[in-house]
Design a protein around this ligand. Structure first.
Ligand SMILES: [Mn+2]
Length: 422
């Protein structure tokens, strides 16, 4: 509210519940912006902030309803919204349309994300019309509709110590799931069994579940970047790539490890793995306030490209292969993204058209990879079908960084040791 200015209002609503079929809904998750502001997880919620008003914080919520609660679960209701969520005032969700005009009349700036949710757009357009027609009675429509995302997402981008603590918990649960997977995986099992083990670990430790659809790809399935079928059989001598992160209390970790299903890397796998690991370690070492995500990416591209040449995947010098973009045949994605409530978290990546310097409290992933398709042309046979990615979650601190997911085995020796079922 301090960022908005006194004569303004912000309206942020929750996404609709989506039916899967009949009367069965997809699991509901509050939108991160609304949860960030309120801690309120129920559907059909709307937050209205009016910094200049006597009661600045209004929540519209589903009212208590004994009959509905038998079917759909407990509700905080308007009483709970005030008592447990700190709202100055709470009203039933059904009263939003009827009250909105007088609540936002005469503000200069209305913070509202147009186009994100058609049901709210419809209400707002009707209310704006009502206000314009009411001008002779002293009701004025907002002068400006302002996208709330920039100021709100700048807040979400810089994590408070409380948020970091929650993410630490998500990271710890995620680490345990990766270690359990290394221990359990063996030839003959299905990728689905490992996915089940990951989900079990997430839930058992109090996480909501995966913060994004887990990728569990054995062999050349690991060369498909967003492989989520997770139903093939694990085979002796192949690698297993797992990209899975636990969501805990609305914050998600995002971790990838790649390990040998048989417990030992082959020599060819070791060579590929070490290149990816070297690139990741160098980029992590560069993480500090002032560094940019582009610098981390360039660092990884350089190390990976040198490795590709060494392996005989590419011909030419490192500069030539970077210049031509040839390296993208085997490393086709970016190295980092913001991490927080959303796996690809909010926050702009550039300021004044330049890569933004990182600051303490920001969290980024660093996730270089090397993907050699089974049918790649002009590559030595021993590398075909190898897909490797290594990803950690890096908190930028005042004097550098902290790797929140350092507990997951990562060097060749550590990974091989973790794969042994003692
Ligand atoms: Mn990631």
């Amino acid at each position: 509210m301090a960022a908005m200015g006194p004569n303004s209002a912000a309206l942020i609503g929750s996404p609709p519940e989506i039916l899967r079929n009949g009367d069965s809904s997809y699991p509901y998750r509050q939108c991160s912006d609304l949860y960030y502001l309120t801690g309120f997880a129920e559907p059909q919620a709307t937050v209205l902030l009016r910094p200049g008003a006597d009661e600045p914080y209004t929540l519209f919520v589903r009212p208590r309803d004994a009959e509905r609660e038998i079917w759909d679960g407990r509700r905080a209701g308007v009483e709970g919204a005030v008592k447990n969520f700190g709202a100055d005032k709470a009203l039933p969700a059904s009263e939003l349309r009827g009250n909105l005009a007088k609540l936002i009349a005469n503000v200069d700036d209305l913070y509202y994300e147009l186009g994100a949710n058609p049901a709210y757009d419809e209400i707002l357009l009707a209310v704006l019309d009502e206000l314009r027609r009411g001008e002779r009675r002293g009701m004025r429509a907002p002068r400006r509709i302002v996208d709330p995302r920039f100021s709100l997402h700048e807040l979400r981008l810089r994590k408070s110590s409380e948020e970091v603590e929650v993410l630490r918990r998500a990271a710890a649960i995620t680490s345990e799931a990766h270690v359990e997977s290394m221990k359990a995986a063996k030839a003959g099992m299905g990728e689905n069994e490992i996915e089940a083990l990951i989900n079990y670990t997430f839930r058992r430790r109090g996480g909501t579940g995966p913060g994004y659809t887990s990728i569990v790809g054995g062999g050349d399935n690991a060369t498909i970047l967003h492989y989520i079928e997770n139903d093939a059989e694990l085979k002796e001598g192949e690698l297993l790539l797992i990209d899975a992160g636990c969501e805990y209390a609305f914050y998600t970790a995002d971790v990838t490890r790649t390990f040998p299903i048989s417990g030992r890397f082959t020599e060819a796998q070791k060579r590929c793995y070490q290149i990816v690991l070297d690139s990741q370690l160098q980029a992590i070492a560069m993480s500090k306030p002032g560094a940019t995500i582009d610098e981390l990416h360039d660092c990884c591209v350089r190390v990976l490209t040198a490795g590709m040449i060494e392996l005989g995947l590419l011909q030419g010098t490192v500069d030539e292969c970077i210049q031509s973009g040839d390296y993208k045949k085997f490393y086709m994605h970016r190295t980092s993204h913001w991490l927080g409530m959303d796996v690809h978290d909010v926050g702009v990546y550039t300021l004044d058209n330049k890569p933004r310097p990182m600051e303490p409290g920001m969290i980024v992933t660093i996730e270089p990879g090397l993907y050699i398709a089974a049918d790649a042309e002009g590559v030595p046979d021993e590398y075909r079908g190898i897909g490797i990615r290594i990803e950690d979650d890096i908190l930028i601190t005042a004097d550098g960084y902290e790797n929140l997911t350092a507990a997951v085995p990562k060097t060749i020796a550590e990974v091989e040791a973790a794969c042994q079922r003692s």
